[in-house]
Design a protein around this ligand. Structure first.
Ligand code: GAL
Length: 357
């Protein structure tokens, strides 16, 4: 990585020096020297990115590289737009790119372009294709397994009525991991009456797909819903309510979005997956600084993930299942949400019952 930066960095370094200091003659910036860090996040349909990922990454970079400047863009689920944003940031002499790809395969071009300009890439949350330097995420198959396991727990002995399976955005490599992990637990245990992907993680796609599943299977016949994230869980629950279902079946989710935690407290959604984004963001910022400065990443590496181009140095964090029983001990204890944030209006009573005050 250091060598690559030296080889490809001549033009970029000259521009970078003009823009914001940085190394001379292609040298990486030295300790304490400021430089630009590009941050590309994939979408705004899921609340995590602007609410948690971006601020946590910026905060950690502020700690470890006080003079660094973060240039941020969100692609709104549009891979072409993300490519344009990457080119814009690379033209502004970023020294490292933290990339959460809309489309892992399409992002290979972005990664290759960055590499050609001597800019290392940290794959954030979703593993882009191409010569990526570092990767930090959660264990995605494990996420799917934990989701599916929580659904089986909720179903108890119920094994006759079908479930509906709503998977995530097909272009998101994580969605494939969640799906694979979930199938490894559900297959042979339950009947999957209907299964579909929600393009762009769209709650609306989940709602319409769920409405079609209800028409096909019968509203009262559905024993549970595997929804790959909280947005799609919300869409599925809307469809069930619109079909007149009052005793909602167990519905899974992911991301511990505030609306989902409130639904869990109120008994409308069974479970979500809590991904502690602060540690993830912290690792990403630390990897970015190591990559930009050509120094070793000193954090604990969990694995080397093959993305088809390289075995990428990876930190994969463990996901945590959240149901009503442990909202207090997970997202509240961690400070992800405060009691006043969660316990608004009609949720106050449910909070009280869950011991959250
Ligand atoms: C995935 C990410 C999940 C979730 C999903 C959209 O890539 O790992 O945490 O944000 O996108 O909900």
């Amino acid at each position: 990585m250091g060598r690559r930066m030296l080889a490809a960095g001549v033009v970029a370094a000259a521009l970078a020096m003009a823009a914001c200091g940085g190394g001379e003659s292609g040298e990486p910036p030295s300790a304490g020297e400021g430089y630009r860090v590009g941050l590309l996040l994939p979408e705004s349909k899921t609340t995590r990115y602007d609410t948690f990922d971006r601020p946590y990454i910026e905060a950690r970079l502020g700690e470890v590289c006080a003079d660094c400047e973060v240039l941020y863009r969100n692609a709104d689920s549009d891979a072409a737009q993300q490519a344009t944003q990457a080119a814009e940031l690379l033209d502004q002499d970023i020294r490292v790119l933290i990339l959460d790809a809309v489309d892992a395969a399409a992002a290979a071009a972005v990664v290759t372009d960055a590499e050609a300009r001597g800019v290392p890439v940290v794959a954030y949350d979703r593993l882009a294709k191409g010569p990526v330097d570092f990767y930090v995420s959660f264990d995605n198959e494990k996420v799917g397994q934990v989701q599916a396991q929580s659904l089986l727990t909720a179903l108890g002995g119920e094994r006759t009525r079908p479930i509906v399976m709503i998977n995530g955005a097909p272009a998101d490599p994580n969605a494939a991991g969640f799906k694979k992990g979930a199938h490894s637990v559900l297959d042979g245990e339950v009947t999957i009456g209907r299964e579909f992907d929600a393009a762009d993680w769209s709650a609306e796609a989940a709602r319409t797909g769920m409405a079609a599943a209800i028409t096909a299977l019968g509203a009262e016949k559905i024993a549970g819903v595997y929804a790959a994230n909280d947005g799609t869980a919300g869409g599925a629950i809307e469809a069930l309510k619109a079909a007149g279902v009052t005793e909602l079946p167990p519905v899974t989710g992911q991301d511990a979005e505030i609306a989902a935690i409130q639904r869990i407290l109120a008994g409308e959604q069974y479970a979500t997956i809590y991904k502690a984004i602060k540690p993830q963001a912290t690792v990403a910022a630390d990897m970015a600084v190591a990559a930009a400065t050509g120094t070793a990443y000193t954090g604990h590496v969990t694995s080397f993930t093959d993305n088809g181009t390289a075995k990428v140095t990876s930190v994969l964090l463990p996901p945590v299942a959240v149901t009503r029983a442990n909202v207090k001990d997970t997202v509240v204890a961690d400070g992800f949400y405060t009691a006043p944030q969660l316990c608004t209006g009609s949720y106050a009573a449910a909070c009280h019952e869950a011991g959250i005050s």
